[in-house]
Design a protein around this ligand. Sequence first.
Ligand code: ZN
Length: 179
Amino acid sequence: MKCPFCGDSNTQVTDTRENDDGDVVRRRRRCVRCDKRFTTYERIDLKMPHIVKRNGNRSEYERGKLLASMKLALRKRPVTTEALETAVDRIEARLLAVGETEIPSAQVGDLVMRELRKLDKVAYIRFASVYRNFADVDDFFNLVREVQPQSRPRQQESGPHSSSPSRLPDQSEHDLFDG
Ligand SMILES: [Zn+2]
């Protein structure tokens, strides 16, 4: 590490400490030649892949966007913010694990659906019904049947039907990265 004051490459580390999360290392350095002090920071360089939309356009991955669409699906459902954040962490870990610089938005959508399904069945149906752009009504009913508890077949009145996907406030917000 070159000294920013005199350009000499002979610097000494006088102090090293991590931040509380352990993901940033801060080093105090001293230039052997001019004796000036400076600080360097070391971070892990992990980059989220770009999202390739259905129309072929690419966009930056945005955690906020992902959170917003999942929050919309989870509206008034008994799921804590912490559980949601953890789910998004898992999605991001999977996206990073793919190890590609680009990833189709549909793949992100599938990861979201997988997490929502674990978090809350109603939110899962809400999201899936919009996200998948159901080809016909049968697809929707198949999905409802799929997630309904087997032991309670008579859920027609109070089940997920009461949260019809057609009554979502703004479907465009559900389009993930398909802006
Ligand atoms: Zn120097």
